[in-house]
Design a protein around this ligand. Structure first.
Ligand code: ZN
Length: 164
């Protein structure tokens, strides 16, 4: 069997895009919606891929702790980071690339989801798609939809973990 469930998490965060040609180079914020698609190969005795509470606790927990009411900035954006560090308190989350919706989806998919899923004992789960809505009109989606892509995703994660 091949069943997918989806859990949605909403949060607010600020960012700016380093090098952007227009107004996205300024500090500003969004009400983000992230959708996590979790795939399982079987359903348990109660008929679930996994309890929604379980994955909500993981996804919402991570976002609340790291991104909600914070500022997402590219780690190379020294100017913005220095400015925000002047503010007490501050919550700055440094990303390895510009915090676009595309890169946020990619980051959650490859850097965060595998670790979160590995903590769910007794279930063989994989996040196969992450969708980040930046506004009600625009979203970015990262997905693994075939065996090759899944293998690549796992390899990318393994390689990154090794260098951390
Ligand atoms: Zn923006």
């Amino acid at each position: 069997m091949n069943v997918t469930v989806m859990r949605q998490v909403k949060f607010c965060a600020g960012h700016r895009l380093l090098g952007h040609e227009g107004k996205c180079a300024n500090f500003h914020g969004h009400n983000y919606v992230v959708q996590f698609h979790v795939n399982g190969k079987e359903i348990d005795e109660l008929g679930r891929v996994v309890d929604f509470q379980v994955i909500n606790k993981l996804f919402k927990g991570w976002i609340d702790e790291h991104w909600d009411h914070g500022f997402l900035l590219w780690s190379e954006d020294d100017n913005a980071i220095k400015a925000l560090e002047q503010v007490e308190p501050n919550r700055i989350y440094r990303m390895p690339y510009n915090p676009t919706a595309e890169n946020m989806a990619r980051y959650l998919m490859y850097e965060i989801a595998p670790d979160l899923m590995s903590t769910v004992e007794g279930y063989d789960l994989q996040v196969t798609k992450v969708v980040v809505w930046e506004t009600e009109n625009s979203f970015a989606e990262v997905s693994v939809d075939n065996a090759r892509a899944q293998a690549d995703a796992m390899l990318e994660h393994a390689q990154r973990s090794r260098f951390e």
